[in-house]
Design a protein around this ligand. Structure first.
Ligand code: ZN
Length: 178
């Protein structure tokens, strides 16, 4: 397993549409393992394959352990994910490992159901609400070349994080000075 480089917003690869995965082999498993390790190293809640330069429909999401939220601490590895149901609406701040140092207010469905496959090709369905629903929608957007900054309603809804708010500052992570 290895930590891969995370592309940042100016990279045109992040604007391309990813292809569906058709081959469920060891190479896919390696990609998934590297994505999980890269997400952990960067202290992210989720990562989509295009963020490591691979235009395939693969996402990983893992929220922190939370006594009050049974969705916390679980790892979701979803291949070819598709949102099949959306319910409700909520506006909250979210960030992106490809846009370090910023967060923006984004309106998302408060609950989603996602159909996907495991890295072995088995069909699964997951349901998420709140933060998990938000993370799933954010990562699936990456597969279509969409970033959260495309979804904020006005520019003032994006703000720079205070240094003490930075959650993505791993000791080994490279941070461009701003
Ligand atoms: Zn992102």
């Amino acid at each position: 397993m290895s930590v891969r480089e995370i592309l940042t917003a100016e990279n045109p690869i992040l604007r391309r549409k990813s292809r569906r995965v058709k081959v469920f082999d060891g190479e896919l498993q390696r990609l998934v393992d590297d994505m999980v390790e890269t997400m952990h190293a960067a202290r992210g809640l989720g990562l989509a394959a295009p963020q490591v330069g691979v235009l395939q429909r693969v996402i990983v999401v893992e929220l922190p352990e939370d006594e009050e939220d049974p969705q916390g601490g679980k790892r979701y590895v979803l291949v070819n994910p598709e949102i099949v149901r959306r319910e409700g609406e909520e506006v909250a701040e979210e960030g992106c490992l490809s846009i370090p140092g910023y967060v923006g207010l984004v309106r998302r469905a408060s609950k989603v159901a996602v159909r996907a496959q495991t890295p072995k090709g088995k069909r699964i369905q997951v349901e998420g609400e709140g933060l998990l629903a938000r993370a799933l929608q954010h990562e699936i957007d990456h597969l279509d070349g969409i970033l959260y900054i495309d979804r904020v309603e006005k520019p003032e809804d994006i703000r720079a994080l205070e240094p003490e708010e930075r959650w993505d500052r791993a000791p080994e992570a490279e941070q461009a000075p701003r």
